[in-house]
Structure formats: C-alpha cells, structure tokens
Ligand binder design. Structure first.
Ligand code: ATP
Length: 234
C-alpha cells in the first residue's frame, strides 16, 4: 500500500534520513522504532511533504506520489496524526475535526462528522469546547479523529502515547488495533517499544537516519539489538 525507496531528508548540512527504504502492506501495522533523533519524525513529515525530501520514491496504492504536495496526498488517502498532537487549541473540537477533512470536496458532509462522533462519543460531548481545554488523552483522540476525517487508507501516527496517562495509552493501542481490524494501513512511530511491537505485524529500527534492523515484530522483539538497546533486557 505504501512503498518508500531511498528516502533522503536533509536540514541544511544535516542528513537526518539517509536513503531508507521500507514498505507497509494493506491492512498492516508497521512500527518505525528508534532512539531520539533517529529520523522517525522527519520520515513521516517527508512522506506527507511537510518537509520536502531531498531524494526518494514514494508510492501510495500503486501510484507514484513523490512529486505530489501535502493536500493532494491527503486526497489520495494518506494522513498524519503528528507528534505533540498539534490540535488548534483556540478552535472548538468540531472545527478541529472539520479541518481534517477540509481538502476534500464534500468536507461539509455531516455524515463523516457524525460517524466520527459515533466512534468517539467524548468528542461529541465536547464538540463546542476549545480543543486546548481537553486533557492530553482527549487531545490525542482528537488528533487521530481529525486524521480520520479525510477517510484515509494509510494513517501515519507519530508518538500517539507521548505524555499520556498509562491507562489512556492502553486505550490508544486498542484503538490502533481496531483501526487495523477495520482495514486501515498504519505506520506507527512509538517510544513505547514493547507495546508497539506487541500490536504491529512488522517493524523497522532506525538509527542515525539508517534502517539497522527490520522484520516481523515478534522476531524484532526477540532480537538482541532491541532487547539490549530499547527494552533494557540483558
Ligand atoms: P524524536 O523521537 O526525538 O522526535 P526522531 O527519530 O523523530 O526523534 P527527527 O526528529 O526526525 O528524529 O530528527 C532527526 C535528526 O534531524 C536529528 O538530528 C534532529 O536534530 C534533526 N532535525 C530534526 N528537525 C530539524 C530541523 N527542523 N532543523 C534541523 N535539524 C532538524
């Protein structure tokens, strides 16, 4: 569903992503793991063209989207729930949601919004509240719901459990599994390595802008690299 070949991201002299290749199959959850500064966020931002990659080929559902801009990528079925949630704090919950679908022609169609409220009743309850007044967990829910408003095929999730209470983190992971079961294709960036590997089908480990390990999540979980470096297991 998503194929990335030789992706390079550079900030001036810094090469943050050094020619990585990976793929995410239809209906898979794939984890992109790695320490701070490994290039995970840069990778997701480049896929969405929030930053322009220096090189690389990106294919979405069989179409080359390497030269396609952000709004068009959303229309073609890929969205990002960004790190730090980035909800618009001074806009209502409902306006935040509507913004997620705004690049679509029929963005005012109430059906999509109603479907979202049916899935996330708390957001319905709080629809007129300013997004900045929601709890961290609710803001995360809003960020994912906003990403779903454009009815994507592929969801990029950047650190959905960062700064969220442990109980809500578990709910978040449940939600990601539900989305996969409904047919969404998910690329998941997480610091929470154990939980991320537990729910994903496959994983890539990024270090210093390069992929240093990849494979089935079960195998990555058992690998020495991940056990030593990320899980603190001797
Ligand atoms: P984190 O978990 O801390 O977000 P990450 O794996 O997502 O880490 P990136 O945020 O993609 O990593 O950063 C990769 C590298 O690019 C780092 O060396 C970082 O300092 C650098 N970098 C990221 N954003 C910028 C920027 N806007 N300008 C310059 N360098 C940047």
């Amino acid at each position: 569903m998503l194929r990335v070949e030789n992706l390079v991201v550079r900030y001036g002299p810094i090469e943050a992503v050094k020619g990585i290749s990976f793929e995410v199959g239809q209906g898979e959850i794939v984890s992109l793991l790695g320490p701070n500064g490994a290039g995970k966020t840069s990778t997701l931002a480049a896929l969405m063209k929030l930053i322009v990659p220096q090189a690389g080929t990106i294919t979405l559902a069989g179409e080359d989207i390497s030269a396609v801009g952000a709004a068009q990528i959303v229309r073609r079925g890929m969205t990002l729930s960004p790190e730090g949630r980035r909800v618009f704090p001074r806009l209502s919950v409902e306006k935040n949601l509507l913004l997620g679908g705004m690049v679509l022609k029929d963005w005012r169609n109430p059906e999509v919004l109603n479907r979202m409220y049916a899935r996330f009743p708390i957001l319905h309850e709080r629809r007129n509240q300013l997004a900045g007044t929601l709890s961290g967990g609710e803001q995360q829910m809003l960020a994912i719901a906003r990403a779903l408003m454009s009815s994507p095929k592929v969801l990029l999730l950047d650190e959905p459990s960062l700064g969220i209470a442990p109980k809500i983190v578990a709910e978040n992971f449940d939600l990601i599994c539900e989305l996969r079961d409904e047919g969404f294709t998910i690329l998941l960036v997480e610091q929470n390595v154990f939980q991320s590997l537990s729910i994903s089908d496959r994983a890539y480990v990024l270090e210093n802008g390069r992929i240093v390990a990849s494979g089935d999540s079960d195998d990555i979980l058992k690998s020495d690299l991940v056990r030593h470096s990320y899980l603190g297991v001797a």
